[in-house]
Design a protein. Sequence first.
Length: 263
Amino acid sequence: MIEKNSLLQLDYVGENNNIVLITLNRQKVLNALNGKMLNELSNLFKSLKEKKDVRVVIIYAEGKSWSAGADLKWTASLGWRVMRAIKKGQKVFSQIENHPTPVIAAINGYALGGGIELALSCDIRIAAETALFGFTETTIGLLPSWGGTYRFPNVVGLSVAEDLILTGRRFSADEALKIGLISEKVPLEELKTKAIEKAETIAQNAPIALREAKKAIKKGLSSSIDGGYRAEAKGIKKCFRTKDIREGIKSVFEKRKPEFKGE
């Protein structure tokens, strides 16, 4: 799944080894995203989609940067083929957004340009106190093009999104928490541990219910309240057909933790 000279590192963590920790591994260039890294992310998420034992995915990075965005040397070298890079990034981030299991972004250091767009494609975002965010594209004559202009307003609201995208200014983890971009801010040395703890909490829940809840949330955001209702009803119908719902109800009466199998 991960080759020798990969730009990603893969580990299975958690009490039951059912949490995948992906570590971005291109720190010499602040984890700038190039074609190779995008391809590796795409292939990895495609393979993880088939693994029924994986309950949660975490995207993490060591060093001083989570991702400083698109590799400008790479994009500049593409010439007229740059649109392929745009479409590639959009496709990969949609893969992550629509991945069946929850995806957590554990953000340290810089999350700029395409890096913040990568974070937005994840379901939950936790950041170190030292994290620094910014849609820096407009400061060099570009605009967010890997889904940022769509996802960011959905998360923080139109006015705040336009302010931060159009000014291109960088902002702290404190501000990111205030506007709702991240759900939690933690000391840098606790970031990985906190992300795994949150993933463990999620992984204890029924896998099919988690998958259907994620689908319903996404559907509701991209359509109408009626679309959201239909997604909820469809998800509930699937859940009531599972062994997990019977196990969940049984565990309540027996006053014990449920043991969900994803069946």
